[in-house]
Design a protein around this ligand. Structure first.
Ligand code: SPV
Ligand code: MG
Length: 431
C-alpha cells in the first residue's frame, strides 16, 4: 500500500478538504500533518480550535489513518521522516506564499522518487459565508482574549501596534508583510492614552473620560478581530476602577494596563521634567487585587505598569514592585523607561526572570527604538508595544496638506500626495 501525506491547517472543515482526504484514501494509507497553531496564525488567521482539538477531529475522519503534528510551514521534516510515495494538495498553491512551500515539497520528494499529486481546488460558492462566520468568531471578546494569552504563552514576541480610530485599526488588522520566508503581522492593538487624548486635541492627563475612550474601543472592535490592550492610565480611584475594568471587559477589551502613579498623571516620557508621583506599593497592590476581583473572564489580563525607571528610581525598586504586583494578582508587568538604550530594561528583565519565568513582560520602546524584537526575546520579554507612531506619522502628512493649500490657494498640489477617493473608500469593508 502506498503512503500518502497531506497537510491541513484549517479549523473549519469544508467539502474541499474532504475531497482531498477521499482522493488521498483512494491512493493509499493517509497520514495527515496538522499544522501547529503558530504557523496557522502566521499564514492564515489565528485558529479558533487549538492544535490538539484539530488533531482529534481530523483523526476521526474516514480515510485518515495517522495524524501527526507539522511544526513548520515547510513539509521537509515530516516527509523526510515518513518518506511518502505521494503528497497530495489542491492545485491552488502555485502562486503567493505557498509557491515556495510547493517547490520545496517537489524538491524533497525527489530524494526518494516521491510524487506530488494536485487535485482541482474546490471553491464552494459559500466560502465567503464561512469566512464571514469565522471572522465574526475571531472578533468575539473571549476569543480575542484567548488569542492574546496563547500568543504570550507561545514564547514568541507579541507585536502590538497603536490605533486610535477605526481606520488606523483597520491598517493594523490587515497589514501583512512576507519577508525571510515568513508572513509578518501585528498580534494586537494598543489603545494609547497619549494618542486617544492627542487625537482629540487634549493633554494626556486622564482628561479624556472613559465614555469618550469607549467610543474609540467600539469603533475599533467593530472593524477588527485582534486583541485590544487598553491603556487605562493610573486606573483612577480604586472605587471607580472596579467599575471601569468591568465595563472594559464587557465591551471586549482583552487586557488593561494600569500604571503605578497617583494624583495628576502626566505622560511618562516627560519624566521628572513635570510633577508626577509614584503610588505606594501597598495602595497599588490594593488596586490590582480589587480590579482582579471585579473581573468575570479568566482570560482577561490586568497588567501592572512600573514607572520607577521613568521617575529615576532604581532597578531594585522596580523589581520590588514587580514582585509585589505579581503577588497581588497582576497577569503581567510592563516595565517602562525613557532612556535612549534598553540597558536598564534588560537588567530588569534578566533579574525579574531569575525568579519569575511565567508572568508576561511588556515594554514600550519609544525611546530605546533601535532594539529589534529578537533582542527583547533574548531577554524573555513577551510583549512589544509600538505606542504612538501611527499618530505621529499622520500629523506631519496632514500638516503638509494645510500648508500646501495655503501656499497654492487650491488643493491640486496637496492632492498629488493623497490617496485617491476610490482607494480610500475601498479600505473600508462594505457588508
Ligand atoms: C501611551 O501610549 O499613552 C503610553 C505610553 O502610556 S507612553 O506615552 O510612553 O507613556
Ligand atoms: Mg498612556
Amino acid at each position: 500500500m502506498k503512503k500518502v501525506y497531506l497537510c491541513m491547517s484549517t479549523d473549519i472543515l469544508q467539502t474541499g478538504h474532504i475531497n482531498v482526504i477521499q482522493r488521498a484514501a483512494e491512493l493509499g494509507e493517509v497520514t495527515v500533518g496538522v499544522l501547529c497553531d503558530k504557523y496557522v496564525a502566521m499564514y492564515e488567521k489565528y485558529p479558533i480550535l487549538p492544535l490538539e482539538e484539530r488533531m482529534k477531529i481530523i483523526q476521526n475522519i474516514k480515510g485518515v489513518s495517522h495524524v501527526v503534528v507539522q511544526n513548520d510551514i515547510y513539509y521537509d521534516v515530516n516527509i523526510r521522516d515518513l518518506k511518502p510515495d505521494i503528497v497530495i494538495h489542491g492545485d491552488n498553491w502555485k502562486d503567493g506564499y505557498q509557491k515556495k512551500v510547493r517547490d520545496r515539497v517537489i524538491e524533497v520528494l525527489a530524494e526518494w522518487g516521491g510524487e506530488l499529486i494536485e487535485i482541482p481546488y474546490y471553491k464552494s460558492s459559500n466560502l465567503h459565508l464561512f469566512e464571514n462566520v469565522m471572522s465574526e468568531c475571531r472578533g468575539l471578546p473571549e476569543v480575542r482574549r484567548q488569542m492574546l494569552r496563547q500568543k504570550i504563552c507561545s514564547g514568541d514576541i507579541v507585536k502590538i501596534m497603536v490605533a486610535y480610530d477605526g481606520l488606523s485599526a483597520l491598517l493594523v488588522e490587515k497589514t501583512t508583510l512576507e519577508k525571510e520566508g515568513e508572513r509578518r503581522q501585528f498580534d494586537g492593538i494598543w489603545l494609547s492614552s497619549l494618542c486617544d487624548s492627542t487625537a482629540k486635541g487634549k493633554p494626556d492627563i486622564e482628561l479624556v473620560d472613559l465614555t469618550s475612550r469607549m467610543s474609540s474601543v467600539n469603533d475599533i472592535m467593530e472593524v477588527t478581530t485582534k486583541p485590544i490592550i487598553f491603556d487605562a492610565d493610573t486606573g483612577g480611584l480604586i472605587e471607580h476602577f472596579v467599575y471601569n475594568i468591568k465595563t472594559l471587559e464587557r465591551v471586549g477589551v482583552s487586557a488593561v494596563i494600569i500604571e503605578d502613579k497617583i494624583g495628576l498623571k502626566r505622560n511618562s516620557l516627560l519624566g521628572n521634567d513635570v510633577e508626577q508621583h509614584q503610588d505606594s506599593i501597598e495602595h497599588f497592590c490594593e488596586k490590582i487585587r480589587e480590579g482582579k476581583k471585579a473581573l468575570s473572564s479568566s482570560a482577561f489580563m490586568l497588567i501592572a505598569r512600573i514607572e520607577s525607571l521613568i521617575l529615576e528610581q532604581s532597578v531594585d525598586d522596580a523589581l520590588e514592585r514587580a514582585k509585589a504586583y505579581v503577588a497581588a494578582g497582576a497577569d503581567g508587568i510592563m516595565i517602562h523607561s525613557r532612556a535612549g538604550t534598553a540597558d536598564e530594561i534588560f537588567e530588569f528583565a534578566d533579574r525579574f526572570r531569575e525568579t519569575d519565568r511565567d508572568t508576561a513582560l511588556a515594554v514600550v520602546p519609544t525611546t530605546f527604538d533601535k532594539v529589534r524584537e529578537g533582542e527583547f526575546k533574548e531577554h524573555k520579554i513577551n510583549v512589544v508595544i509600538y505606542a504612538n507612531h501611527m499618530l505621529r506619522a499622520a500629523f506631519p502628512a496632514m500638516k503638509k496638506v494645510v500648508m500646501s493649500v495655503l501656499e497654492n490657494e487650491r488643493c491640486y498640489e496637496a492632492g498629488l500626495d493623497c490617496m485617491s477617493i476610490k482607494e480610500i473608500l475601498s479600505l473600508v469593508p462594505i457588508e
